[in-house]
Design a protein around this ligand. Structure first.
Ligand code: NDP
Length: 281
């Protein structure tokens, strides 16, 4: 089995982003990512700091908009303001959101042209229709990792475990758009292990530490572990039980250092693409 090195893929992507950002700056465009933070959650704050650091390192300005105890109207107003601001090219809205507010409810106020993390359901609809759009960065990271492994996705059997609108569904649509034969599993799927064992490409996006064990994996399969589950000692583990699956899988993404760094790199790539868009309109 070989590990798929997410950090190496992210480094390659970020080098391309840095070159694009430098060119845009020479043309007088400062690629800018706005991050709306409607929470005081410490985990979110850590993630936002890491996005900002990565963005600034590659030449992208990062505008963090922290909202203190906001209601839905305040979040919507901020997203509308940023959508209308020509100096802002990419917009993401962090979770957790206040009680009773969902990302699909507020995501619709992010202009699709700036929706670099695919939070607007219009973006998901365009993805389903096979049209050009920004897919959620994590789902896009799944596909990027597979493509960089030179896998033949056309005709491959792909199983995605998880059907959320941020990861499972868009990952399934991206795989379908590559002509894979896609099965989407969820909490009501019967005999999940048997369905997963059919997969040439298995994507785990559940949020349950180590639930994908050796008996879910066909020998030689490529396994992408999207799960990030905090451990008691402050670490992170994936949805895949690495120790039992590694001897069976052909290729496997570790957690950490798998999907996570590629997700961040793709948010940045989407932002430079968004910064190019006004030139093509
Ligand atoms: P959600 O909780 O929104 O969705 C989880 C999905 O898993 C649901 O579709 C649910 O099914 C399904 N599920 C739950 N239990 C089971 C089970 N026992 N068997 C089969 N399916 C099950 O999570 P997200 O999609 O937001 O995130 C998934 C994981 O990915 C999490 O660990 C999250 O932290 C991680 N993540 C990682 C990112 C990264 O950059 N690396 C970014 C975003 C997320 P049902 O729909 O029936 O309830």
């Amino acid at each position: 089995m070989s590990d798929i090195d997410g950090r190496a893929v992210a480094a390659a992507l970020r080098a391309e982003v840095a070159a694009d950002a430098a060119r845009l700056r020479e043309e007088g465009i400062v690629p800018t990512l706005a991050v709306v933070v409607p929470t005081d959650d410490e985990g979110t704050a850590w993630y936002v700091r890491s996005i900002r650091k990565a963005a600034e390192k590659e030449g992208i300005d990062c505008r963090v908009e922290h909202l203190k105890d906001p209601g839905k109207d305040e979040i919507v107003a901020k997203l509308q303001e940023l959508s209308a601001d020509p100096a802002v090219h990419g917009i993401i809205c962090q979770t957790p959101l206040p009680e009773g507010v969902t990302l699909s409810a507020v995501g619709g106020y992010i202009s699709p042209l700036k929706d670099v993390d695919g939070a607007n359901s219009e973006s998901l609809g365009r993805l389903a229709a096979g049209l050009r759009t920004f897919a959620p960065a994590t789902a896009a990271a799944v596909l990027e990792l597979l493509k960089r492994e030179d896998l033949v996705l056309e005709g491959a059997k792909a199983v995605v475990v998880g059907r959320s609108t941020v990861v499972g569904k868009p990952a399934a649509l991206l795989l379908l758009n590559e002509s894979a034969t896609v099965t989407v599993c969820h909490s009501r799927t019967k005999d999940l292990a048997a369905v997963c064992r059919e997969a040439d490409v298995l994507v785990a996006a559940v949020g349950r530490a180590g639930m994908i064990t050796a008996d879910f994996v066909k020998p030689g399969a490529t396994v992408i572990d999207v799960g990030t589950n905090p451990t008691d000692d402050g670490g992170l583990v994936g949805d895949v039980d690495y120790a039992s699956v590694a001897p069976i899988a052909g290729r496997l993404t570790p957690v950490p250092r798998g999907v996570g760094p590629v997700t961040t790199a793709l948010l940045l790539r989407h932002t430079v693409i968004a910064a190019e868009l006004p030139k093509s309109h």
